[in-house]
Design a protein around this ligand. Structure first.
Ligand code: DAR
Length: 361
């Protein structure tokens, strides 16, 4: 059996696997041997895990340009951008200057859990899937230097916790688990079969850690699916304040670290093509007991949310179920071809539409 025949079979059994859907045996066979080897690493996750949605993780920032005939159709399919439309990612945070509060929808939404994160990868390092253990340790050292500076900032002072065994900042055992349970630290990546196949969880837990502000409302993950996941979280309803917190923290942190991988076309370069563009995921938790059948039926909420460009997941992250009382995590699906301000507005509009559905049900 060849890769091409394996993928053809995969395409028939798993039509949702975008890598299998768009893989071209002719294109692949026309590549030089070393490029074929690079492509096999990029698509390994989709081959090993037939139930993949995208089925590929870039290994180097240049992969998106070097293997455009393979990756661009997958990216367009996922992000719903047709073949004839130019992709030219723009960035705009200006909406954070205007009021945008969930309380304007309903008083009952004045105290919800909100989070917004962006992925970033430093251009001078391989993407996480291709990093060696030495790369991961070196990368963390570069970030620790930046955090030493951030600690001196009145608004973002905090502490760094490392998962690297023997680190001066080592976080382990129950202290680690407490941070995971609080949704502040990421869980053990070595249990994720997709990330394992993509090389992203290699050398776990070396080179991994998190910076958290004293107020515990600004966090930087080091060494997760992207080099960095930079996030702000708040309880309340003030989406503009949440986004502004991230915007300022991101500006300050970005000034302390080497340049991020970015392209005119795809915006911020990420491991997973699903995160390209803004690389932003903005979400909030809403109790929708009617729409979720008391938390038993996430699919019903997913179907309702999809109409408003929202994706739904459980409150425990990707692949988790609804929480107590039908609490779910809602988030605008679009990352590429929309700006940061448009994502904030879509989250507000989507939350309003779902809330109206929930309260009239
Ligand atoms: N499991 C991979 C990733 C899908 C999107 N989620 C990310 N990137 N965390 C798949 O291709 O299904």
């Amino acid at each position: 059996m060849t890769v091409a025949t394996d993928i053809l079979a995969l395409r028939l059994d798993h039509p949702e696997n975008l890598m299998a859907r768009h893989f071209s045996a002719d294109y692949f066979s026309g590549l030089a041997k070393d490029d074929q080897a690079r492509v096999l690493k990029i698509i390994k996750s989709g081959l090993d895990n037939p139930d993949s949605q995208m089925g590929a993780y870039a290994q180097h920032s240049v992969d998106y340009d070097d293997f455009g005939p393979l990756l661009d159709p997958m990216i367009r399919d996922y992000h719903k951008i047709s073949a004839g439309v130019d992709i030219a990612q723009k960035h705009d945070w200006s909406a954070t200057a205007s009021a945008c509060s969930l309380e304007d929808i309903d008083e009952a939404l004045r105290d919800v859990s909100m989070r917004v994160r962006v992925g970033r990868n430093v251009a001078s390092f391989p993407l996480p899937g291709a990093m060696t253990k030495a790369d991961r340790i070196e990368f963390e050292k570069v970030m620790v230097k930046a955090f030493e500076n951030l600690k001196n900032d009145a608004d973002f002072c905090g502490a760094y916790y490392s998962l690297t065994p023997g680190s001066d900042f080592e976080l382990k055992g129950q202290a680690y688990q407490t941070r995971v349970d609080a949704h502040q630290m990421f869980k053990d990546m070595s249990g994720d079969r997709y990330l394992n196949s993509g090389g992203i969880s290699s050398d776990w837990p070396y080179g991994r850690g998190m910076y958290i502000s004293a107020a515990e409302d600004f966090i930087v993950w080091v060494g997760e699916e992207d080099h960095l996941r930079i996030m702000a979280m708040k309880r309340g309803g003030d989406l503009a304040a949440l986004f502004a917190r991230l915007q300022v923290g991101l500006e300050k942190f970005s000034a302390l670290v080497p340049a991020f991988a970015h392209s005119e076309k795809y915006g911020y370069i990420t491991s997973c093509p699903t995160n390209l563009g803004t690389a932003m995921r903005a979400s909030l938790h809403m109790a929708l007991p009617n729409l979720t059948g008391g938390g038993q039926d996430l699919d019903a909420a997913k179907a309702a949310a999809q109409k408003f460009g929202l994706s739904v997941r459980g409150v425990g992250g990707e692949h988790s179920g609804a929480g107590q009382g039908g609490i779910i995590d809602i988030s605008p699906s679009a990352r590429l071809g929309v700006t940061e301000s448009e994502i904030m507005q879509r989250l507000f509009d989507g939350a309003k539409a779902l809330w109206l559905l929930e309260t009239k049900t």
